[in-house]
Design a protein around this ligand. Structure first.
Ligand SMILES: NC(=O)c1ccc[n+]([C@@H]2O[C@H](COP(=O)([O-])OP(=O)(O)OC[C@H]3O[C@@H](n4cnc5c(N)ncnc54)[C@H](O)[C@@H]3O)[C@@H](O)[C@H]2O)c1
Length: 308
């Protein structure tokens, strides 16, 4: 029997991730949404792409959590986008309500799964999933850092005219404009970019990375990025299902690492069949630590509003 991955929310990010999981034949996929017909239609469409892609993954669209039973991994992309007149706090409360209800159903049907929250505000929504699921921290791993570092890698490769394959980017902190890209640990073929690029170019790469989401929102007009976020989700899913133990930047519940306690924040983790199997700690310079603390305090503000 194939493993099963369920994707909750069949919108742009959910559908993009589901399609790629099926294309790569990583698992059978269940796509669930509250909208009737939409997950079923998209799921059938993806299934009909499988013969062309050479994949025997089964894809099912549904409104029923029964179909998600015994998933190995559940990706949560369900949520609302901010509408005109809605404050950030309104959105925070609304999405927290959705995520709570979704988590309850997920846990009921897949008590042993690993949950990858994607819905924004990411780090706060991870905290909601963690509290509501009662899962050990290893099994709630938020997606943001893989996307943020992919954006940084894109800009580094562009600046140096080298293959993206040679690039490695290191981003810490919450998912938002207070995130902390670390040039010292960002490399091309193992060489820190601080030895390859001048400071002004590095500053502009860091700035573009931190505002990468907003850049795409502005171009699209409505909605937000989904191709790179979908790919980022799939890289995490693959590392878990194949027990690859990749070191990837993910949001995890810190318990004293990096001097931060009881808060989800993006740090490098070893991602394998057990979920976030290890938090990798590196020693930060004072300025970097201050930036991480600033980022953590913006996440803590949201978590406090939610009373978590
Ligand atoms: N963490 C990241 O790096 C990252 C990157 C991109 C997007 N996001 C976030 O991911 C989320 C999804 O983005 P999108 O572009 O796919 O949005 P979208 O609006 O296209 O899709 C959201 C889907 O969730 C569904 N939904 C709403 N309430 C639900 C519920 N109770 N149960 C099941 N489904 C429900 C909606 O019907 C919709 O189909 C957003 O919160 C977005 O901000 C995060």
């Amino acid at each position: 029997m194939n493993q099963k991955v369920s994707v909750i929310g069949s919108g742009n990010v959910g559908a993009t991730a589901a399609r790629s999981i099926a294309d790569k034949e990583l698992a059978d996929v269940v796509l669930l949404d509250i909208l009737e017909g939409v997950p079923q239609g998209k799921g059938l469409d993806m299934l009909e792409a499988c013969p062309i892609e050479g994949s025997d993954s089964r894809v099912l669209g549904t409104n029923d959590y029964e179909d998600t039973a015994e998933s190995s991994v559940v990706v949560i992309t369900a949520g609302l986008a901010r509408k005109p007149g809605m404050s950030r706090d309104d959105l925070l409360q609304k999405n927290a309500g959705i995520i709570k209800a979704v988590t309850r159903e997920v846990v009921k049907h897949s008590p042993d799964c690993i949950i990858i929250p994607v819905t924004n505000p990411l780090d706060a929504m991870c905290q909601v999933v963690y509290r509501e699921s009662g899962f050990p921290r290893e099994r709630v791993v938020g997606m943001a850092g893989v996307l943020d570092s992919a954006r940084m890698r894109t800009f580094i490769a562009e600046a140096l005219n080298v293959s993206v394959d040679n690039t490695h980017a290191f981003v810490l902190g919450g998912h938002g404009d207070a995130m902390v890209p670390l040039p010292r640990f960002s490399t091309v073929a193992g060489i820190p970019i601080t030895q390859l690029l001048d400071q002004a170019t590095i500053d502009s790469i860091v700035d573009r990375t931190a505002n990468g989401g907003a850049e795409i929102v502005k171009l699209l007009g409505t909605g937000s990025a989904y191709y790179a976020p979908g790919s980022a989700v799939v890289q995490m899913v693959e590392s878990i299902l194949k027990d690859k133990k990749k070191i990837l930047p993910c949001a995890v519940f810190l318990q004293g690492e990096y001097g931060i306690r009881d808060l989800f924040i993006g740090v490098p983790v070893k991602l394998g069949v057990g979920g976030a199997e290890q938090v990798i700690e590196i020693s930060l310079e004072e300025e970097e630590k201050e930036a991480l603390d600033r980022s953590a305090s913006t996440v803590r503000e949201l978590v406090n509003i939610l009373g978590l």
